[in-house]
Ligand binder design. Structure first.
Ligand code: DX5
Ligand code: ZN
Length: 213
């Protein structure tokens, strides 16, 4: 299992220090980019993520909860191990977004809201290396895990077949829910409030790994 802490729940005044406080204990970093249109919340965009890119060693997963992802994806200074994830419900044609991400050094990933049909992403699976299953409605950290995500992970495993695609799960992941998502077939667990809401992040990360094992 890989852990990808979401910086959404970190102290934005100390973003670099917050990321560094967990970097030695996790596999990736998850950046929640929100535009106040696609979701009713605003966070950060390319200038902030790019400023941190060269200061951190781990791969970035950039979760675009925005409209016009084809316009903004190329503005991220990404590396080959990074992934840019876009929502199938965004207002750009998926083909255009995939073309835009292909012009960067990153891999493409796709994600969908809890209520969106899994079939909607099926035509694009040959062009992505990661699918992000949302286990909360996108927009805010600290929400409760939606249990229907477990059936969705299992169905997605079937749909993926033998393609080399990692399944990541995002929303409501904590020591109580992490085992179920790994058992259902997830490769990567995203956790925001569970990690950055705790004073001892390293202890929480160890607890998450123990709960998942
Ligand atoms: C929600 C974001 C998540 C969020 C998860 O829109 O996509 O990445 O940070 O937060 P927790 O782990 O607190 O549910
Ligand atoms: Zn996210």
């Amino acid at each position: 299992m890989k852990l990808s802490p979401s910086l959404l729940s970190a102290d934005f005044g100390r973003l670099l220090d917050e990321a560094l406080s967990v970097q030695a204990h996790v596999e990736r970093f998850h950046w929640d980019v929100m535009d106040g249109h696609f979701v009713p919340n605003l966070t950060f965009g390319p200038p902030v993520v790019n400023a941190l890119r060269n200061r951190l060693a781990l791969p970035f997963d950039i979760h675009l909860m925005i409209d016009s992802p084809a316009v903004y994806a190329p503005q991220f200074d990404v590396r080959p191990q990074d992934t840019i994830l876009f929502h199938i419900e965004s207002d750009d044609a998926p083909e255009r977004v995939l073309e835009a991400i292909a012009r960067t050094s990153a891999s493409a990933g796709i994600t969908l809201r809890p209520g969106t049909s899994l079939q909607s992403i099926a035509p694009y699976l040959d062009h992505v290396s990661m699918v992000l299953v949302m286990s909360v409605e996108p927009g805010f950290g600290g929400q409760a895990f939606i249990p229907e995500a477990l059936d969705r992970i299992r169905a997605l495993r079937q749909l993926i077949g033998d393609r080399a695609i990692e399944i990541s799960v995002d929303g409501g992941i904590n020591a109580q829910t992490i085992r179920s998502v790994i058992e259902a077939g997830a490769d990567i667990a995203v956790a925001g409030s569970a990690i950055f809401g705790a004073s001892d992040r390293v202890a929480v990360i160890a607890e998450l790994r123990k709960a998942a094992a």
